[in-house]
Structure formats: C-alpha cells, structure tokens
Design a protein. Structure first.
Length: 398
C-alpha cells in the first residue's frame, strides 16, 4: 500500500497532524496501537450527564495560540464547554516568601490558558480523522520493521501488511518505537520524580485561578476545572510520589489541602491518583531523510511550565505549514524540506527545555543563599509589569 505520509501514533500530536492536513492532496495513513478500551468508554462518552467520577485524570493547559490552532483544524468549536475551564489568574508561590501573580485582565486578554481533558480532545480528533477523505486508519496496528531509503520509507506491520510512504512521521511518544527503529539515539535525564495527578472537589470557589507552589518536597499545581473542582499535578520525589499513591482518599485530601495552605478549603477526591515518571529528553536531530519526529517523540520537558502538549501542537503546526507551503514539485520526505521544519522548531524547544530544567534545579537546592535569592527574584518580577507582561505574551503565543 502506497501513501504520501504515514503517521505512527494516534495520540494528540499524531491525530492533530492528520487533521491539519485534511484538506491537502496528500494521501495519509495513521497507525494507532489500540482503540479505546471498554473501561475508557465512560470517559469518552460526553453525551451522558457529567458526573464527578467521569473526569479524566490527565488534564492539559492549552495556550490561547493552540486553542486557535484547534479551532482552525475544526475541533475546538465541537468540544463540550461544560468540560473546559479558562484560567484568568495564576498565583505562584516560592518556598520562602516569594510570590508571582499573573492576571489576564491586567494583560488585556480574555484568558491565560484553557484547562481541559486529554480524552476530550483525543475523542474529537479521532472522530474527525475517521471521516477524513484522504486518510486511511490502521487500528489496531503495530509497526514491526522500518526501512528508510533515498526514495521511500517502508513500514511493515506485525500482521504482515507493508506500507510505503514518502514520509514517516513519528508521533508515538517519548519511548518512540519509530525513532529507535530509525537509529536516532536520545539523551534522557531522569528527575527521580513522579508527576502525581488527581482531581478534587473544593469547598471554596477557585475563581478561574491556577495555583503553583515551589515546595521543599516538589512542585505542586492546582488547575481549575469547571465548578468547584481542581486538577492536581504534584511533581514529587519518587518516594513521596509512591506514598501519595498509596494513601487513603481521606489522607490524600488532607495532605494536598495542607500543602496548598487550605486556599480552597477542604478537598474531596473525585478521581483516584495516578502517576507518570518525569524526565527530560533531548534528541540530537528530529528529522532524517524520509522521517520526522513530533511531540514527545521529539522532546519532553518538566511539567512545571505546563507546556508539554503545547510544544507538541507547535510541532504539528510547523510541520503542516512546511508541507502545505512546499512547492508542488517538492518531495514531502525530502531532507532539505524537513530541515526547514527542524530549524523552525529548534530555538523554542531548546529555550523551554533549558528554562524549565534550570528552574527545577534552582528550586531543588535546599540550602545556602539561593533560597533567599530565588524568592526575592519572584517578588522583584512581581513588581515589574513589563517583565510580567512579556512572560504572559510568550505563554499566550506558545
């Protein structure tokens, strides 16, 4: 079977790329490992009445720029507004007396970000690509072998089917099979932390405010959900993360409420905690002749900035723009064309990876004058509107 583009991975980045190319002349194949299982149907069925127990534990903060991108590819306007929450304020607390506040009103924008479920976006994207005329969906399907040549890429699936394409796009996550099969070795930095996530009902309203604490035991974030509900992300040392996962619902609620200074009163657990290991991943290159990496297959960052999925959507936008703006005679898998995409993403990815890594390391130091200096830095920035506005503008556009 011959295609112009084969996308390996049916996550958010892979689905979004397929949707972004829906009106193109490219013939596209999408390789997805598994359909949503029966236990996930409760999460994916948004026609039913919303209940607290139905909330997805994996929550993302989507920048306004990427909300516009999702609108451009046709899904934003179909997402259930009852399951989305705008962030209009953000309060960041240091591990001393440092504090930094951001306000959408002060910056002259409607919102700083949108909080919504991974499954909400993935379901709508999947439904869109299933109806896409230029796309063939292979699901469930698993790749077994990859061969890259000067003229084509050949992908063999475990069931024996063979796909030939001018371009293979790896969108299959941080442990990408496709990247490994192509021989691209990456550098991982393990933070020895778990990102523990859970959702809670709150006694007090959050007023569209996101909270973040740089604590001695990690970085804690509360993200607002519709109603009096929040999503927690606690980037904790592995031992603490495992302890959080093993606690009773009552003890976990007490610990999380205490860690946040009871800003939202008593908490009630509405989805059980789960966790994922935190690590930084840098790839020496994100393109080869006939191959391109996007999303977590190309890079990972510490979640303290909330930009992981936004970086992935940025990759998708840049790659789609590169392919759609290519001359008709250009080969979509040509190395020189793919290098344009790589160069367009290199600076932003490097800067965000470096900034989040350095910030994580800065607050991991538990003694010496740096404790006072970093908190003083937060307070100084809080009193410099020009710098605060510049930080907000960057976040809005990323």
């Amino acid at each position: 079977m011959n295609f112009d583009i084969v996308i390996v991975g049916g996550g958010l980045a892979g689905l979004a790329l397929a949707a972004a190319l829906r009106r193109s002349a490219f013939s596209i194949a999408l390789i997805e490992g598994a359909t949503p299982n029966a236990s996930a149907k409760r999460i994916y069925d948004f026609s039913a009445a919303t209940t607290a127990a139905s909330w997805d534990s994996r929550i993302y903060a989507i920048s306004p720029a990427n909300a516009n991108f999702l609108a451009d590819i046709g899904i934003w306007q179909h997402l259930d507004p009852l399951r989305m929450e705008p962030v209009r304020n953000m309060q960041v607390f240091g591990d001393g007396k440092g504090r930094l506040d951001f306000s959408a009103y002060d910056s002259g924008v409607a919102e700083l970000a949108w909080i919504l479920e991974s499954s909400l976006m993935q379901t709508e994207l999947r439904e869109m690509v299933k109806r896409q005329g230029n796309l063939t969906l292979f699901c469930p399907a698993t790749p077994q072998a990859l061969v890259l040549t000067d003229t084509a890429a050949e992908l063999t699936l475990t069931d024996g089917r063979q796909l030939t394409a001018r371009l293979i796009v790896a969108a299959d996550g941080a442990d990408s099979w496709t990247r490994h099969a192509a021989g691209i070795e990456v550098a991982f930095k393990n933070y020895d932390q778990l990102g523990v996530v859970a959702n809670f009902a709150t006694a007090l309203p959050h007023y569209h405010t996101a909270f973040q604490w740089f604590r001695a035991d990690g970085i804690l974030a509360w993200l607002p959900l519709p109603g009096q509900q929040i999503s927690m992300v606690w980037s904790a040392k592995t031992a603490l993360g495992e302890a959080l996962l093993s606690e009773s619902p009552e003890d976990l609620c007490t610990r999380v409420a205490n860690a946040g200074g009871h800003l939202l009163g008593e908490l009630k657990l509405i989805t059980p905690p789960t966790a994922f290991p935190l690590r930084l991943m840098r790839a020496p290159r994100t393109v080869l002749p006939r191959l391109c990496l996007v999303g977590d297959a190309a890079h990972t960052v510490h979640p303290l900035s909330g930009h992981g999925i936004n970086l992935g959507f940025g990759d998708v936008q840049a790659l789609a723009k590169t392919l759609l703006n290519a001359f008709p005679v250009e080969d979509c898998g040509d190395f020189s064309l793919l290098r344009r995409f790589e160069r367009s993403r290199k600076e932003e990815v490097f800067m965000l990876q470096t900034a989040t890594d350095h910030l994580q390391r800065l607050f991991a130091i538990r003694r010496g004058p740096l404790i006072g200096l970093r908190n003083a830095g937060l307070n100084l920035t809080n009193h410099l509107p020009v710098i605060k506005d510049a930080l907000v503008r960057y976040a809005l556009a990323s």
